[in-house]
Structure formats: C-alpha cells, structure tokens
Design a protein around this ligand. Structure first.
Ligand SMILES: NC(=O)c1ccc[n+]([C@@H]2O[C@H](COP(=O)([O-])OP(=O)(O)OC[C@H]3O[C@@H](n4cnc5c(N)ncnc54)[C@H](O)[C@@H]3O)[C@@H](O)[C@H]2O)c1
Length: 376
C-alpha cells in the first residue's frame, strides 16, 4: 500500500514529547497502515532534551524557539506538550502558521482559553484533535462495544475515573502541575479529567449538572532548593453528575485523583445496566469483566489480547501497555486526518475538549457554592 507521509514537529520535548517520539520511531509496528509518520523537528527550552532527540535520524531541526519550528515548510502536523498556561498561545501560533495540531489536554488552561482555541481551529480549517490515549486499549474498546450493543438493558449508573498515587509522598518536589498559575485553577481536573470523560462524551453522555467534592491535600511541597513552595491546585476531584439516557436521568460519577492510595496510573470505566454490565481497569490490564443477569447473576472475566483498533504485527496473545495505546491514539489521529478512520474510535475533538472545560468550570462553581450546578 502506498503510504502518505505525515511530517511531525514536537513543541515540548518533556515526558510526553519523548513518548510521542517513541511512537513514531516504531511506527512499522502498525500493519498495512495508510500513513507513515516521521518526526522532523523538535522545540524545547532545555538543551539536554534537545540533545536527547539527536539520536533520531529523521530529526532535521532542533530549536528553542517554537516560531522557528513553525516556519519550517517540512512540518505538516505539530504535537504540543507544554505546561497548561502556554497552551492557548502556542496552539494559536500553530494554527496561524497553517499547521495541523494534536494538542495535549486540557486544551487550554480554562474554559475561555479552550473556547478561543476551538473557535480559531474551526476558522482555520486545520485538523485539530486533543490527546487521550487510554480508550485505544482493547479493554475500553470492549466497554464501548458492550454499551453500543444495547445488551446492558437500562443503564443504572456509570463510574469513570483516573487515579494517581505519587503525590501520596509529601516529599515529592513541587512542579508546574501543582500550581494554579501554570496548571490552572481546575488543577487535577485539567491534569486527569480528559481521561475520564473521553469515552462517556463519545457515547453522548453529557453531564447536565454536577456536584463537586474537590480537595487540596498537600498545600506545600519541597521546592528542590532546600525550601518549600506553595501547591495551590486541587489534588482530588469527585464529580457527581447526571446525564440523560432515553429521558431518564442517570448518575455518572467522575473521579480524578492525585492521591489515590496504591494507584500508580489507573484508568477505569464501569457501566452497569439492568441486563448486563461491563467494567475495565488498567489495574488488571488484561481483564475485562462482564456481568450477566440470568437465573443466577454472573460476573465473568475475559483475558484480552493485544487487539487495539489498528492492526499491528504484535502477536494477538501479547499484552499492550501505555506506549501501545499512545501509538494507537496517534494512528487514530493520522487516519482521521487522512479521512480513512471509517467507523473506528477517534481522538478527542475540540468540541469535546470545550465540553470538558464546561463541566470543570461548573465543578469549581459547585465547590464554591456547595451545591449542584448546571453545566452551561
Ligand atoms: N496524555 C497523557 O497521558 C499525558 C500525560 C502527562 C502529561 N500530559 C500533558 O502533556 C503536556 C505536557 O506535560 P508533560 O508531563 O510532558 O510536561 P513536562 O514538564 O515533562 O514537559 C513540558 C516540556 O515543555 C517544555 N517547554 C516549556 N515551555 C516551552 C516553550 N515555550 N517552548 C518549548 N518548550 C517548552 C519544557 O522545557 C518541558 O520539557 C501537558 O498539557 C500535560 O497535561 C498528558
């Protein structure tokens, strides 16, 4: 098959920028894939990170100035993975330079920024999506299929969340994700919320109101220079929301936590209905749980293989992990950009990203007013 070339630039070569480089470096894992991704240019402020990217033979441009990367006619698509306070400026610069964009979540530091980015994206006509990779694992895909099959009966409730635990350690040094000025007032919701809402939103489950329980747990952390620095973002968020399915109001609980004892990086989704149920968590990455109501009520577990939405050369009985779902997400981006996604699951759209911010803004208001707040 003749492959189209997608030439990528990365702005922000930190944790996620390097993860993206790894996905492109082993792109040949994708079988009979219509697009070839090639990393061409990287921008970061830190020289040691730019030096790291020198080991990638396709990289022609390393720069500390993102405007220089955006001037390059060799770059078609830009992946931006920088602190949240820089999203609006850099995403708009990418669009104004005429490039396509895979943005990192939360797609702007707040609702106003997200709305502005989405408006400019629409006017620009560029192909813009936002990052959220876990739904591309086989387990979440099976949850989606179970819901779409209609076999769960009337939906009783939905639980979706993402839990971290490294902040349980009070000696963990501060970083930009712990401060409002760089992470945003929404705090953990901006960090982890997109992971919890991507699949529910795609199923049409839009919260109509939210009651939020937000917690600030450690309000200062070591600054790495012998002193302490303030941490003013929300650490844990539990959002009790209601959605509408077939005229009924159904509870959907969304959880995002930095302090969840024992959970290094746990994404989960659980949908319970009157006839059936389905649940998946990366805690047990191979396992899909399905519920059946027969004469007896059964929870059954199925061992899942490697089968992500996009075919790979990896054996079907092997186990997928984070780098695999991240690459599958990029495969979805590349395929949708080339108009060949067909009925496969796609990346978060700008409208979905704005909707997530509307929910998080309502959550902040709910926390302040100590009452349920309508999502506007
Ligand atoms: N999808 C996911 O699973 C996931 C996981 C972690 C983080 N993220 C998101 O990715 C983004 C980045 O997070 P991270 O964990 O990679 O952060 P990071 O701190 O590891 O990396 C950010 C990088 O941006 C660079 N940078 C800062 N200002 C810059 C500028 N003006 N020009 C170029 N580079 C600049 C920094 O030097 C740093 O290397 C955030 O939006 C975050 O929410 C997504």
């Amino acid at each position: 098959m003749a492959q189209k070339l997608m030439r990528v630039g990365i702005i922000g070569g930190g944790l996620m920028g390097r993860e993206a480089a790894s996905a492109f470096a082993r792109w040949f894992v994708l079988n009979d894939f219509p697009v070839r991704a090639e990393l061409i240019a990287v921008c970061d402020l830190q020289q040691n990170l730019l030096d790291w990217f020198k080991q990638i033979p396709t990289v022609k441009l390393l720069t500390k100035d993102h405007a220089e990367l955006l001037r390059s006619s060799d770059v078609d698509v830009v992946y931006v993975a920088v602190p949240h306070n820089l999203h609006e400026k850099i995403y708009l610069d990418v669009l104004n330079a005429g490039k396509d964009l895979l943005a990192e979540k939360p797609f702007g530091i707040d609702l106003a920024a997200a709305q502005k980015i989405a408006d400019v994206a629409k006017k620009s006509g560029r192909f813009v999506r936002c990052s959220s990779e876990f739904p591309f694992l086989p387990g979440p895909q099976r949850v989606l299929q179970a819901v779409q099959s209609g076999k769960l009966g009337r939906i009783l409730e939905i639980h979706s969340g993402f839990h971290h635990s490294s902040d349980m350690d009070p000696t963990k040094p501060v970083n930009w994700k712990r401060q409002v000025k760089t992470c945003g007032e929404i705090g953990v919701m901006g960090d982890l919320g997109m992971h919890a809402v991507h699949v529910p939103f795609r199923l049409g489950w839009t919260p109509i109101r939210v009651y939020a329980q937000l917690q600030k747990i450690y309000t200062e952390r070591p600054d790495g220079k012998g002193g302490m620095a303030p941490c003013d973002t929300w650490d844990n968020a539990i959002l009790h929301t209601e959605i509408q399915i077939g005229g009924d109001e159904i509870p959907m609980r969304l959880e995002m936590k930095r302090l969840a004892p024992g959970e290094t990086n746990t994404w989960y989704l659980e949908v319970l209905g009157t006839q059936g149920g389905v649940k998946y968590s990366t805690k047990e990455p191979k396992t899909l749980w399905t519920f059946q109501r027969e004469k007896e009520q059964l929870w059954q577990k199925t061992d899942l293989g490697f089968n992500g939405p996009f075919a790979t050369i990896t054996g079907g009985i092997f186990e997928p992990g984070f780098p695999d779902c991240f690459q599958q997400m990029w495969a979805a981006y590349a395929t949708e950009r080339a108009n060949t996604l067909e009925n496969k699951f796609g990346c978060v759209t700008p409208d979905e990203a704005v909707l997530s911010h509307r929910v998080f803004a309502a959550a902040l208001e709910s926390q302040r007013a100590k009452t349920a707040v309508a999502v506007k």
